[in-house]
Design a protein around this ligand. Structure first.
Ligand SMILES: O=C(O)CCC(=O)C(=O)O
Ligand SMILES: [Fe+2]
Length: 179
């Protein structure tokens, strides 16, 4: 991924190689009466670097949705394939070259669904901030925080779309985007 945007892969390897991985198994029971009025998982971004998502069984049950240009899109799970989400840490480290995707899960009226998410976390004492390798002439677009504080803040806030990462953007970036 680093190479794809003209950065040295070692810049990411140094932060993620051999580090903690977390696994979450999500079980979404069917909701027979009001499936279209409830969510399985509130809109959020993942705090980590990358999240491969493995949808174990019942591939036919659609659940994951991602937000793009203000609209929700269903993600079709393919047999034998992972869905890979970029998380907040990677968005910040890449100075916004990769985007942490806002996603949610919806519920099926008659079928259950199980998903398995594997989170790749950075080194515990890392400083979460734009890496020089990804900037090269670009301005700094995010504030830097130490990972422990970054994590504490994420866990203390309720899941709220891209709110966590938007708060770390520097004003300059906001005005750029308006222009
Ligand atoms: O069930 C899904 O497809 C999404 C799971 C997810 O976003 C998560 O566990 O963070
Ligand atoms: Fe997630």
């Amino acid at each position: 991924m680093a190479r794809g945007v003209g950065a040295e892969p070692a810049s990411l390897r140094g932060v993620f190689e051999g580090q903690t991985q977390g696994m979450r198994v999500n079980y979404y029971p069917p909701c027979r009466q009001q499936a279209d009025r409830v969510l399985g998982l509130t809109p959020h971004t993942d705090v980590c670097g990358l999240t491969p998502l493995l949808l174990q069984k019942n591939l036919d049950v659609q659940g994951l949705q991602v937000k793009k240009d203000g609209k929700w899109f269903a993600v079709k799970a393919l047999e034998g394939a992972f869905i890979v989400n970029v998380g907040d840490v990677l968005e910040i480290m890449s100075n916004g070259k990769f985007k942490s995707v806002e996603h949610r899960a919806v519920i099926h009226p008659t079928k259950e669904r199980i998903s398995v998410a594997l989170f790749h976390y950075p080194c515990q004492d890392t400083v979460v901030g734009p890496q020089p390798e990804f900037m090269k002439g670009d301005r700094v677009r995010y504030r830097s925080t130490n990972y422990q504080d970054f994590l504490k803040r994420y866990l203390a806030a309720k899941l709220d779309g891209r709110m966590h990462i938007e708060r770390l953007k520097l004003e300059q970036y906001e005005s750029d985007r308006v222009l």
